[in-house]
Design a binder for this molecule. Structure first.
Ligand code: DQA
Length: 143
């Protein structure tokens, strides 16, 4: 079995980008932690990051055949993208939405998520540990 971890725009800069909000750990650190967790349960992890909405949608389409579940941090597209919501609605497996920061404590435009209409669970404000929490939840859901 394989799960996808999808990250949207600017998350390639994790560790360098507004570290007071997003912390000092990099996406590679996140990937390592998640892969270890999943591998212990006999599950592979594939990590994708893109700054382009269409590439995220293409990856969700590939997940239809290739992934038992999806962890997604759509970043800013969370708050804007009906297209990503539609792509997730065409995907059958469990979806967990992650936000590193507590979006509800921030600007009002971050309080609404299109992706939450589809997500089976949402984790926000747990820092990059949120990815591990999301993987743990997915592993339970696909077990
Ligand atoms: C984010 C929150 C979004 O509002 C923001 O645009 C991001 C990251 C988070 O992980 O906290 O880029 O999804």
């Amino acid at each position: 079995k394989c799960i996808y971890i999808l990250n949207g725009p600017n998350l390639n800069l994790l560790g360098q980008r507004q570290p007071e909000i997003y912390g000092h750990e990099t996406l590679a650190d996140v990937e390592r932690a998640c892969a270890e967790l999943a591998r212990a349960a006999g599950v592979e992890v594939q990590l994708f990051q893109s700054n382009h909405e269409g590439e995220i949608i293409d990856t969700i389409h590939r997940a239809r055949a290739g992934a038992a579940g999806i962890v997604i941090n759509p970043a800013a597209y969370t708050h804007t993208s009906v297209a990503i919501l539609d792509a997730l609605n065409a995907y059958d497996g469990p979806v967990i939405e992650v936000h590193i920061s507590n979006v509800h404590q921030r600007e009002a435009f971050r309080h609404h998520s299109y992706v939450s209409l589809r997500a089976d669970g949402v984790i926000a404000g747990c820092g990059v540990q949120g990815y591990e929490l999301a993987v743990a939840r997915l592993l339970r859901l696909i077990a």
